[in-house]
Design a protein around this ligand. Structure first.
Ligand SMILES: [Cu+2]
Length: 109
């Protein structure tokens, strides 16, 4: 009887620890729900070709899922995986392309 209880406890402990091992992998997997969108203010875009340069620079950043740049509003909107990149890297990419950029709107889902 005591042996059976011990076996049961061991099986339960084994199940619980197996669950714990599975969860972090699921969290690390690319997941649409984890993506963030930010809007950057890029006031230096002075002609219709500028947004294309800005968009291409942002699309090259690993972790960026989608980038859009709008000439009229002088903004760039970026959807990215926060596990792979961050706002600082996005602003740096725009700066490397020749444009000053600042965060316009905090991250929203
Ligand atoms: Cu231009």
């Amino acid at each position: 009887m005591r042996l059976l209880r011990m076996v049961l406890v061991l099986v339960l402990v084994g199940l619980v620890s197996a669950c714990g091992k599975d969860e972090p992998a699921a969290v690390n997997a690319p997941n649409a729900a984890n993506l963030k969108t930010v809007t950057l203010s890029v006031p230096g875009m002075t002609c219709a070709a500028c947004p294309i340069t800005v968009r291409k620079a942002l699309e090259k950043v690993p972790g960026v899922v989608r980038a859009q740049a709008d000439f009229d509003s002088k903004t760039a909107t970026v959807r990215f995986d926060p596990a792979r990149t961050d706002i600082k890297a996005l602003i740096a990419a725009v700066k490397n392309a020749g444009y000053a950029a600042t965060l316009k709107k905090p991250a929203a889902k």
